[in-house]
Design a protein around this ligand. Structure first.
Ligand SMILES: Nc1ncnc2c1ncn2[C@@H]1O[C@H](COP(=O)(O)OP(=O)(O)O)[C@@H](O)[C@H]1O
Ligand SMILES: [Mg+2]
Length: 349
């Protein structure tokens, strides 16, 4: 058999086996709080506090949770922009495995991309679009001449509904929606496998939001991408994810298929999130949960971190942290259910 044929067979086998692309293993990201003239460390903001996750090819996750729950920090860690304080993120690329916090070969590094909430943040206001977009391609080196690069990027601009000529304009000449389309081009131009999208539509006008979300769905299919889609909006999560991950104070507290999670949320915090969405009214929210403020990520409550807001809190909740375990097909970290089932390792299988 020709080597190319063999490679294709291996690739098909990997897809069939649904291999893990990324293994997030007990990830902790703590930001030190420094005070005084010697900038002594007086405490830590526990932005991500023990996350385990297996990301498989073509299994899109949507990550939801209130502001400050650690979604962005998790996303940045996955693409290697933030180094873990503890734990690690292993990325399978071909037959090899790489630690995302280490120095990586450029093709490996570029195959995990991030799209940010503010499209301005990935576009240099002083550079023409082509000059911002060509830089990572030049580093990668798979296109040689300026003409080749302009052709490649021009085609991608057309794919996202923009004109080729826009390559020669500056970011301020575009609307928010157009800038986000340009950020999408920047990400996909590097031929990624995984894209972390951090609230990519939430800074846009409502009328433009759905266009961008639809575009992202089309792009995903065309380029065979796997999305980790961060949002605080459960309706958007339902549209973009095959599984929804609910985060609370740096930890995953529930994972389920969107329809099941919305129809029957188990964790009281998931119930709280759903109760704030007018268009989704779940029948399974048993007690009214007062919204209130989450505790500080510097002083996380002992045991279950949600217990200080939970109307169902029991004695055990202050003592023992509930593990994420299977309950009627959902993975949920709550003592209300933990007596009824066997504990399983955190896995989204
Ligand atoms: N670079 C940083 N330095 C210090 N604290 C940070 C930093 N980035 C995030 N945080 C804190 O970590 C917590 C989680 O933040 P973030 O990951 O942005 O949450 P989310 O995206 O869910 O709103 C917040 O309390 C935030 O203030
Ligand atoms: Mg965020």
């Amino acid at each position: 058999m020709q080597p190319a044929g063999l490679l294709m067979l291996i690739e098909i086998w990997c897809i069939l086996m649904n291999e893990n692309l990324i293994n997030v293993d007990n990830l902790k990201v703590y930001f030190p709080i420094r005070r005084g003239i010697f900038l002594q460390t007086v405490g830590y903001i526990k932005a991500v506090d023990g996350v385990n996750l297996k990301i498989k090819q073509n299994q899109d996750f949507a990550v939801v949770g209130e502001s400050g729950s650690g979604k962005t920090t998790l996303g940045k860690s996955i693409v290697g922009l933030i180094k873990p304080t503890r734990g690690q993120i292993l990325y399978s690329f071909g037959e090899k495995s790489f630690d995302m916090s280490k120095e990586l070969p450029i093709d490996v590094r570029q195959s995990v991309q991030m799209i940010f909430q503010d499209p301005f943040s990935s576009l240099n206001p002083r550079l023409k679009i082509i000059d911002t977009l060509k830089e990572p391609l030049e580093i990668r080196g798979f296109l040689r001449s300026r003409k080749e690069i302009a052709n490649y990027l021009g085609e991608l601009l057309e794919k996202v509904g923009l004109k080729r000529e826009y390559l020669y304009r500056y970011p301020h000449e575009f609307s928010g929606g157009q800038r986000q389309r340009i950020s999408i081009v920047r990400a996909i131009s590097m031929k990624p496998k995984i894209v972390v999208l951090d609230e990519p539509s939430s800074s846009l006008d409502v009328s433009v939001q759905s266009q961008v979300l639809n575009l992202l769905q089309d792009i995903k299919k065309e380029y065979n991408l796997t999305y980790i889609f961060i949002t605080h909006n459960i309706s958007v999560a339902k549209y973009m994810g095959q599984k929804i991950i609910v985060m609370y104070l740096g930890k995953i507290i529930e994972i389920n298929d969107p329809d099941k999670l919305i129809d029957k949320p188990f964790h009281p915090y998931t119930q709280l999130l759903l109760s704030t969405v007018v268009e989704i009214k779940s029948e399974h929210v048993e007690k009214e949960i007062k919204i209130g403020e989450p505790p500080s990520p510097v002083n996380i409550p002992s045991g279950c971190r949600f217990r200080t807001r939970c109307p169902f809190a029991m004695e055990i909740c202050a003592k023992t942290e509930p593990p994420l375990s299977d309950h009627e097909g959902s993975l949920v970290a709550c003592h209300l259910y933990s007596n009824k089932k066997k504990e399983i390792s955190v896995n989204n299988s």
